[in-house]
Design a protein around this ligand. Sequence first.
Ligand SMILES: Cc1ncc(COP(=O)(O)O)c(C=O)c1O
Length: 472
Amino acid sequence: MQPLEWDAETMRQMGYRVIDLLVDYWQTLPDRPIGKRAARATLEPLLAEPTPTAPQPFEQVLDEFLRKVLPNIIKVDHPRYFAFVPAPNEYVGVLADLLSAGMNIFVGTWMVGAGATQVERVVIRWLCDWFGLPDTAGGLFVSGGSVANLVCLAAARQRYPDALARGRVYYSDQTHSCVARAWRILGLREEQMCVLPADEQFQIPLDALQAQIRRDREAGWLPFCVVANAGTTNTGAVDPLNALADLCAEEGLWLHADGAYGAAAILTDEGRQRLQGIERLDSLAVDPHKWLYQPMMAGCALVREFEHLRDAFRILPPYLQDKERGAVGVDLCDYGVELSRNFRALKVWMSLKTHGVEAFRQAMEHNLRLARLAEQALRARPHWEIVSPATMGIVAFRYAPSGWDAARVDALNRALVDAMIADGYAMVSSTILRGRVALRMCTLSYRATDADVRETVRRLSAFAESLTRAAR
Ligand SMILES: Cc1ncc(COP(=O)(O)O)c(C=O)c1O
């Protein structure tokens, strides 16, 4: 047998062991602590070692992972992980990733990966249909929201030949940092990015935007793109897409929306209502690894005119010339930044087919309801202020004991995040809203229950009261 090969029976045993382990993990997840924030000083000596030379039994390596690695992560798939953006992955999606990695399916060119490419095109078409994008629309899978935004914005920049020299782009201060990073990667200077302070609803202020575009034109800038939010990370806010589409049509601007967090909520009543106008976008980032419950590394860049991506990305080197002959189709390497592309669409395809879309809609409605429940539970207790009501599955709030100044309240709320992590039952995260610290709960897990939410709020209150008492 070759050095890296295994016999069939051993391979089966190794695989069964991993599946058993995963199923046990998920079964016991609600009873486990959320995980811990590990100190670098502990972890470095724990895991430092030179490149292994002598072979070790697989079981031993797996055991080392279980003992040394797993206890030192925070479990983003935990039902009570309400921090940042939860990542509750769905089992069929996990198995699809296993298949895709197992067969190492390449989805860069049609020549090599036709069947997989066609599956990806089908899934992209489903998404485009959900958003009401026309037949000319298309897109592709990327690693996640950051790259999805980058790919879409590259297409936007390509449409405006003067963009690098004197282009200007617009978005609110609630926009995810990956958008500024994308513009930076694409060569825009800081002064070309106009960041507008959001209004009271955490939305982009339309009048200020319009006035800014007018002033910029007069000053010789070329306004060329507005980046809207279709669900912000902070509060779930959605910018007024219809009004932005009117403005961008009038001004000849590309309208992109970052829907990495919120766009998938189009399947729900609340999402449909908030995302009105999404069908008018030039491009949209959406992340199946967030609200479609897929394992990480599944974002999608969608554009109204699929060929605009090709205009931005295609280069044909001699060593790929064979793909241009014979049964030619769509070479997805020509539409984005990656040539070696794995089969990310498989998980969405298998997961949606196995469950049917209605199951996803119900899970999302459950998530939205849990955020409203968290808001109600907070409102029912003293000293909690709702900073942003439940919106697209996110509620933002703070504990504000009467008579405390802003700085003390900020410090107390930051301390609450740490107290919750140390407790281990649930996790929330903090952000800054209108200059003040706010906590946020993002109830995206399909595994979370009403009791999980209620008990999390109860513990938050208990810690808040005890921290307040200790500070007096
Ligand atoms: C609104 C929004 N946009 C973009 C991103 C970045 O996505 P990713 O982490 O998949 O790169 C996130 C991540 O949470 C997000 O919430």
